[in-house]
Design a protein around this ligand. Sequence first.
Ligand code: 3HC
Ligand code: NAI
Length: 715
Amino acid sequence: MSELVLTSKQGEIGILTVNNPPVNALSPGVPEGIAAGLDAFEKDDSVKAIVLIGGGRTFIAGADIKEFGKITSGGDRKRGPGLNGILNRIENCTKPVVAAIHGSALGGGLETAMGCHYRVAVASAQVGQPEVKLGIIPGAAGTQRLPRLAGVAKALEMCVQGDPISAPEALKYGIIDQIVEGDLLTGAIAFAQTKAGTAPRKVRDLTDKLGDESANAPIFAAARDTARKRQRNLIAAQAAISAVEAATKLPFDAGVARESELFQDCLFSDQSKALIHVFFGEREVVKVPDVPKDTPLIPVNKAAVIGAGTMGGGIAMVLANAGIPVLLKETEQAALDRGLATIRKNYANSVAKGRFTQDVMDKRMALIQPTLSYDGFAEADMVIEAVFEGMALKKEIFGTLDKICKPGAILASNTSTLNVDEIASATTRPEMVIGTHFFSPANVMRLLEIVRGAASSKEVIATCMALSKKLGKVGVLVGNCRGFVGNRMFGPYRREAQFLVEEGASVEAVDKALYDFGMAMGPLATGDLAGLDVGWRIRKEYKEIGDSSVRQPLIEDRLCELGHYGQKTGAGWYLYDANRKPLHNPQAQEVIEACRKETGIAQRAIGNEEIVDRCIYALVNEGARILEDGFAMRSVDLDITYLNGYGFPAHRGGPMKYADLVGLKKVYERVREFEQQHGALWTPAPLLKQLAEEGKTFSDLPAQPLKVASTGAKA
Ligand code: 3HC
Ligand code: NAI
């Protein structure tokens, strides 16, 4: 008997336990093990009913996602996950089979449970069809059995949005038959005994919840419309709707066949390759090769934030949201009052929108303790500094923290451009200093760039990585270079967007091309949102180290000189009405025309393809330089950074994965073309050239240690 599926008996009940840690994925051998167990129990006359349960922390978390890459790289469209055979085997079992669910029954896991005749679960369990998040659809009859159990509307919601539901909700919709109190196996056996000797109930035979065409038509139309808006360009979302629709129009087996076709189309799409890369990437970024998994963590039970401005206020909220008491320090009462008022307003908005209750808000507000002094800082386990961006001020503050904070406290800076090592040099404990670069608004954006200083200790790094998860953030460890990873790549991206306007493209055309590519916003509208003055000020500060012989974009600086900083002043690239709707800005247009004349560049019509290639390949080329400079460990770190901090579409996998999917040879050639047209700013990164010539991808690169000696970050 397979070790992946264990068999045992309790009285008249045969028990199949899936034993494939950590999540009991349906890897090769698991379906075969279940089939062999069923064969044995069917032959055993003493067995009257069967329980299928997961060993360890969960039921079955789905198909083995690693197998999908093997299938698609082999190009064999017929191979598929091949689970339908085993599910039919379970459903056709002559003895009642009961799935016993704890942890999660996801994807192929829920499909397996629905192949069983009955399902019971502990109240804490979750069930779902999350395949759409991997760019695929349920491929083992989930789109056919789920509407038969839960009805069309619920099945659509679960298959199209992909979010899991709780066991009590699953009970309400008929997906499970009973919630088990106490021990799951004991409860499942008791349930199975009530079914022993009865004719098994096959989900495929249930039709009463499938509705009729006239009732279903508006449901499907609305689902398609919503998916088009909320899951823009995602093929799998539309395919999932078509598959559920097939359940309502075709007999079961024909519906399964239709689902298989749609599944295959999705599986072989670039979108699925990209989203599977994201799934594993999100789990990869938390791993730091030279920081072992068992590195001791510093308990962060009390925190302090310095500066209650845009970032400090948001960071204090993030800490309070995670239940961590936080001191919030300002220099003046007025600034403190302003900061707190903003926090209160943000929380009140969430209460008004029903995200949480007034009681939750009150508890969170009570965790944020405003102060004008350093009293209490000695007890803080972690201090995050978020004052104005200036080295002298930051060093003064870190010098003070060094004197007053307890040994072992983490001293973090939210700087977006400054050299973390230089900041650390103001202390006698640089090993405790690190960058924690939150993104604005800090309480909303998921990305947290964790900047490793030359001396940052492994304990400090491991704690910040673990803390990011607790704070609901995606922590990515990056090197200490100018702009770190995200903003260093963003510079060339936004530069190209502006150059395109200088060369003849309209503001609207540039933004639309990138929006249609999938970006949450176009690059120029993003500039307006973040504030054009932020970059303007940084450019002024860095002017002395810039290379004046290199072409610089002109328009944003001119807009700032006129006081047009973007949304905050009601005008930037666009004009904004009271609802912040962007409108054409005739004054910006005058600035653009003047800049176009000044550059002397001949105006030309520029197509969408060039707009996208110029902007996205600028990201890719800079990303390649970051990798070869050693300021990122893996290309997937850049991808996860862009998905969580810059609105890059997940179904493209991130800029580096996108380039891999286009093919690095093609990307390299296009970059060479741009170099010939636009000069040295487009010199291909040597790493891009090398990989293109070797026929490799960024994903082929092994993880590398981060370069710790800082270069380029402003001292
Ligand atoms: N296949 C392969 N590996 C998987 C996996 C799967 N379905 N699910 C999880 N893993 C791996 C993870 O990569 C991770 O590996 P690592 O330790 O080497 O990094 C390990 O298992 C543990 O996973 P998590 O860190 O995510 O553990 P959590 O406890 O935080 O979460 C979970 C558990 C909720 C089950 C989460 O892992 C999850 O959501 N998994 C994916 C579920 C899913 O998408 N299922 C559908 C698969 S597609 C399918 O079934 C198609 C079908 O219709 C034919
Ligand atoms: P801000 O100007 O909104 O807030 C800074 C606050 O610090 C002000 O309220 C000021 O009164 C306070 N402050 C100054 N000196 C202080 C001191 N000695 N003690 C206590 N408080 C003091 O600035 P913002 O935007 O919040 O930026 C803070 C830091 O975060 C900067 O380093 C910035 O580069 C970085 N950052 C900013 C982002 C943004 O989008 N605004 C994004 C990511 C990082």
